[in-house]
Design a protein around this ligand. Structure first.
Ligand SMILES: O=C(O)CCC(=O)C(=O)O
Ligand SMILES: [Fe+2]
Length: 280
């Protein structure tokens, strides 16, 4: 499939989870350098990393992965989180290519839902909206079966693009029959993950898969995750989809900031996933 110069090759490695692999030709020297730079940032001495540590009131910077409660079991994950504005200056930049791939995925999901050109606002929002980048660093652990790199979650985004740095498996997806399936790293590919905003948008047609990251006994693992939240759009079932299909809306509609606020007010191990709280 070709979309605005982005080549997409689809496959469904885990049949029951809506997770796709996209090959968008990022296996160039620039990508290798980016991965090396990210790895290098995590390998800096502690006091250097603290210079870019998360500041109160901001989620951005270097930090331990999400801590939402005093009693929670900590995840073995160091994280750098950044909010980014779209880079208009260089149309061929990697961030632009990733965004194009994300827009293409959003477009094809719309087509699969029989929602076509009415989606111009949606596409515009994905093309122009700010996005988030998260770099995950999972140190090795000899007792890897006793720790978790990132606990079970469904992404709260619209679409997430995940790049593995190195050839080390770690990402696991919960399959329809309740088994954890390890997602093998595929060189020069990006894993596209549907987030909960898309699940709501599709009125529950597509599921945001539960996934987690496990750690390796001997080797560190690094992943780079880009999330496209389309902040100018409300979070709710697509009005075009409901109009075209006559389906009853399953979810209430929130503004993007209301949705994020209720997401960040939650505890990591809250029994009810956020998406269930939106159900009508
Ligand atoms: O590192 C991984 O493989 C998973 C990362 C992830 O799921 C996330 O950052 O949301
Ligand atoms: Fe995730």
């Amino acid at each position: 499939m070709e979309e605005e110069g982005v080549n997409l090759e689809w496959s469904l490695p885990v049949p029951s989870a809506q997770e796709l692999l996209v090959n968008h030709k990022t296996s160039d020297e620039g990508m290798r350098m980016m991965k090396e730079n990210v790895r290098g940032s995590f390998e800096l001495p502690y006091h250097e990393k603290q210079k870019s540590a998360e500041r109160p009131g901001s989620l951005e910077g270097y930090r331990q992965a999400f801590i939402t409660s005093q009693d929670q079991k900590l995840e073995r994950n160091g994280m750098i989180f950044l909010k980014c504005l779209p880079a208009f200056s260089c149309k061929k930049s990697r961030s632009q290519r990733l965004r194009k791939a994300a827009v293409a995925v959003v477009k094809y999901i719309g087509m699969a839902l029989v929602v076509h050109e009415g989606e111009l606002q949606l596409m515009k929002s994905f093309r122009e909206g700010s996005y988030e980048v998260r770099m995950n660093y999972y140190p090795p652990c000899p007792e890897s079966e006793r720790v978790m790199g990132l606990s079970t979650h469904a992404d709260n985004s619209g679409i997430t693009m995940l790049m593995e740095c190195g050839n080390l498996p770690g990402l696991q997806v919960l399959s329809g029959d309740g088994r954890w399936v390890t997602f093998p790293p595929v060189p020069s590919s990006t894993v596209v993950n549907l987030g909960q905003i898309r699940e709501v948008y599709s009125n529950g047609t597509y599921r945001a898969p539960d996934h987690r990251a496990v750690v390796n006994k001997e080797k560190e693992r690094v992943s780079i995750v880009t999330c496209y939240p389309s902040p100018s759009l409300p979070v709710g079932s697509s009005p075009q989809l409901l109009a075209a299909t006559g389906l009853t809306p399953l979810y209430q509609t929130l503004s993007h900031s209301e949705y994020l606020q209720s997401f960040y007010n939650r505890k990591l191990n809250d029994a009810v996933p956020i998406i269930k709280t939106l159900k009508l």
